[in-house]
Write a protein that binds this ligand. Structure first.
Ligand SMILES: NC(=O)c1ccc[n+]([C@@H]2O[C@H](COP(=O)([O-])OP(=O)(O)OC[C@H]3O[C@@H](n4cnc5c(N)ncnc54)[C@H](O)[C@@H]3O)[C@@H](O)[C@H]2O)c1
Length: 349
């Protein structure tokens, strides 16, 4: 089948990633790129990639079917709406935009022009998250009670536009949108009831440089999402508690370990000595009443995002990242900001 022709707008870190993927794609090809900075266009040309002289020229190229937008977050809307009005299908980097009104203008432009418009939630293909989703979907440990999802670094936030509020900087917009989307994929977008969030401002006053966000779902399931950029010792990537056991995934490069409780009652519990006394409650189990096993890494190929998009643009599939999901992801982020500001739980129902 003929490959779909894409142009990439914004040839920075992520634009470079998209361009490279598109050059190797089995469903798409790269027509060229456009960046507002001349040196980035020159770099593209030095790599044998066509660089358009302007956005206008790119959008006027009738051979381009679709664009991928990888510019700072505050510039997404204007470019997406222009591209949709020019008849292009649009993939917009995350976070799709900064406010719900802005997102609705983008969705309206997509609907008015009959074009596919979605956002690049590529971390739906992360195997660490997929392992947690598999635990809940399979029911292997019974009902899931809560999942804690963390990423910890120690270098603050990048010293580019990500540190500036006017560009939509900060970790909630940057990493939060990925980790929230993952939890909504696991527990159900329609089930999110409320959020409570505390933001860090350790290395940056203007935007959050980390946060801890609790997501409360209908039926009592809970998720905690935490991003830290001032953590010189990282906590585990995932910790999951379920009715019948616990899962720990120490690091995204590793496999998850599950411990299932096979017998609730133990014949004998040996107390452990702590600094100021004995405890049976907190004594570890002896291994006879539990079984330990690995959760195999699910198979995953992030290029399935593009494969689905191309099919959706041809009317052969539904887009995987839907407009309704994009709205809920953004609503959760905005509610998190409100909670951090007010110190209160914010309801989404
Ligand atoms: N999905 C992911 O895993 C992932 C990872 C990193 C970044 N991103 C997203 O990708 C986007 C870009 O991030 P980045 O890390 O590549 O930033 P970056 O600063 O490395 O690159 C942005 C590029 O856009 C260019 N640019 C700015 N305004 C422009 C305009 N109006 N027209 C054309 N070019 C313009 C800049 O010159 C720069 O080269 C952001 O929305 C970010 O959140 C997504």
């Amino acid at each position: 089948m003929k490959k779909m022709k894409f142009a990439v707008i914004g040839y920075g870190g992520m634009g470079g990633w998209h361009a490279e993927r598109l050059q190797k794609s089995d469903v798409a090809e790269l027509a060229g790129v456009y960046d507002i900075r001349r040196e980035r266009n020159e770099l593209a040309e030095s790599r044998g990639i066509h660089a358009y002289a302007s956005l206008k020229e790119l959008l006027a190229d009738a051979s381009v079917d679709a664009v991928t937008i990888a510019v700072p977050n505050d510039a997404h809307e204007e470019i997406a709406v222009r591209a949709l009005n020019a008849g292009k299908h649009v993939i917009c980097e995350k976070p799709v935009t900064l406010t719900l009104d802005s997102l609705d203008r983008m969705i309206d432009a997509a609907n008015a022009n009959g074009r596919v418009f979605t956002t690049h939630q590529n971390r739906r293909w992360d195997v660490d998250y997929l392992a947690m989703k598999q635990v809940r979907d399979s029911g292997m440990l019974g009902r899931v009670l809560n999942i804690e999802s963390r990423i910890h670094g120690s270098r603050g936030i990048p010293s580019d536009w990500r540190g500036e509020a006017s560009h939509g900087g900060g970790m909630l917009y940057d990493w939060g949108i990925h980790l929230i989307d993952q939890m909504l994929m696991i527990f159900g977008f329609e089930n999110l009831e409320s959020v409570f969030c505390v933001c860090d401002h350790i290395t940056n006053r203007e935007v959050d440089d980390g946060f801890r966000l609790d997501l409360n779902f209908r039926g009592g399931e809970r998720a905690t999402v935490e991003v830290g950029t001032y953590n010189f010792i990282a906590m585990p990537r995932f910790y999951l508690r379920a009715e019948k056991g616990t899962v720990l995934l120490p690091d995204w490069r590793e496999e998850a370990t599950a411990v299932r409780c096979t017998h609730w009652h133990e014949s004998e519990v040996l107390p452990v000595q702590t600094a100021a006394g004995l405890t049976k409650t907190m004594a570890p189990r002896d291994g006879v009443t539990t079984e330990t096993f690995r959760i195999p890494r699910p198979a995953s190929d992030v290029h399935d995002f593009y494969r689905n998009f191309v099919k959706a643009a041809r009317g052969e599939a539904e887009q995987l990242v839907t407009h309704a999901q994009m709205r809920t992801d953004l609503k959760a982020i905005l509610a998190a900001f409100e909670s951090a500001e007010t110190g209160k739980t914010v309801s989404l129902t």
